[in-house]
Design a protein around this ligand. Structure first.
Ligand SMILES: [Ca+2]
Ligand SMILES: [Ca+2]
Length: 125
């Protein structure tokens, strides 16, 4: 998907960083995003859903870079990543009820049917 990279100002020490992520979609048991620990490359592991009720407008996670990992000199730096899925029209409108029953007065001109959808970040009607 994209790559993050860290630097430091240490001149005469080897430059080796270990990357990790935490936050939205980074649960190791069911990850949406993963990071390659040695390169900082971030991968998308499943399609993103922009819409309610199961999707989200923005995914936010932290990236941690650790230099000289597993040594007493290890230091860490953090970065913050936001991923905003673009909305596509992937949800058809649905009617509140599929069967409508009611009484309409004779000579009545106006009526209303309700439908709702999830293609906006706000649930729409
Ligand atoms: Ca360093
Ligand atoms: Ca959509």
């Amino acid at each position: 998907m994209f790559q993050v990279s860290a630097t430091d100002k240490d001149i005469s020490r080897r430059s080796y960083f270990r990357y990790s992520i935490s936050g939205d979609g980074t649960d190791p048991n069911d990850p949406t995003f993963t990071i390659e620990r040695t390169t900082g490359r971030i991968f998308l592991r499943k399609p993103l859903d922009r819409d309610l009720p199961h999707g989200r407008e923005v995914y936010q996670f932290n990236v941690e870079a650790e230099d000289e990992p597993d040594t007493p000199h290890s230091l860490t730096g953090f970065s913050y990543v936001k991923v905003k899925p673009l909305d596509i029209n992937d949800n058809a409108p649905v009617f509140v009820t599929s069967d409508l029953h009611g009484s309409v007065a004779e000579h009545c001109n106006e009526g209303r049917l309700e439908c709702k959808g999830y293609d906006m970040n706000v649930y729409s009607e």
